[in-house]
Design a protein around this ligand. Sequence first.
Ligand SMILES: [Zn+2]
Length: 355
Amino acid sequence: MKKIFIIIGILCLLLFSLFFFLHFKDKDLSYEDKLKNTGYSTDEVALILDKVAKKNYDLILEIGYDKSLINILTSNEYKEDNFEDYIEYYMKNKDSNINDIITIINSGYNLMNYPASTLLATLVKEKYYINENVARYLDYGNNTKADIKKIIGIVNSKADLGFYSTSYDSNLNDDNLILVNKFYHLKEDYIPSDLVSLSGQYNKGNNNKMRKEAALAFMKMVDGAKIDNIIIYNLSSFRDYDYQVNLYNKYIVRDGKDLADKYSARPGYSEHQSGLCSDLNNISDSFEGTDEAIWLQNNAYKYGFILRFPKGKEDITGYKYEPWHYRYVGVEAAKIIHEDDITLEEYYAYYIEKK
Ligand SMILES: [Zn+2]
């Protein structure tokens, strides 16, 4: 008697299993048929079943036949997890390039409300892309057709807003990375508390003070250069606010404000007040291309110094090329700035200021 119950039990179980198997098989089959009925070929249906999660089958049926859907699924960059986002973005940007849509979604940034474009797809792949700047990148890029690195550099440095258009206090907590430029300024009475004097072979100028860590690094750099038979020395490092007032006013009288702004900082906006930079050897365009200038370009970063106003970056720094002006930022930052060919402005925006 017991045996009969067991057999009946097993039979019931088998029947149930068969029922469930057939039930779900039918459901799959019906999706397949429905997909075929919307116009997808056998191969396309196979692709959809292979690459799209079941929960999104209805979404596809809703859209109906669309060749772009197949293009999305066959892209090398396709990620199943992003499927719903691809579709949502595609529906808003039906005429856009499918690869651009995929790249923009894959970036992980929320750009659903920005039109898909090749410019946007190129931007999101850039190392120094900052999502909160995206509207300004697109504005600047579409208006100027500048190359992609320039767009990012200009916008990250705020240069697209216009030099001196807004003014922020330099953050003294940034220490060696303190930013002083045409947007960030030091207060009138700011004088670093740890200034030391450069002397002897390290200096040939009247303004010979530097913050201690920078001064030590400067001397190390001069010693390193000497081994390569290169003689480096400071001409002008720390200059206080009042000094810059006199200098800037003198330049305005000579050249007018517009021209003076291109090479001289307004008081408070001069990096020299930070005690972290040095005008060295020869404050003149003729310093460019000399053995000393070339040595510095190739080696200064190893000591934590960067060429502060490089050639080709005038529209980012707001200053014309100054082959003689070196700024201490510490070895770690200097290496990145040197290797990635960026300015302190770009470094600051990405590594310090970005939320
Ligand atoms: Zn300088």
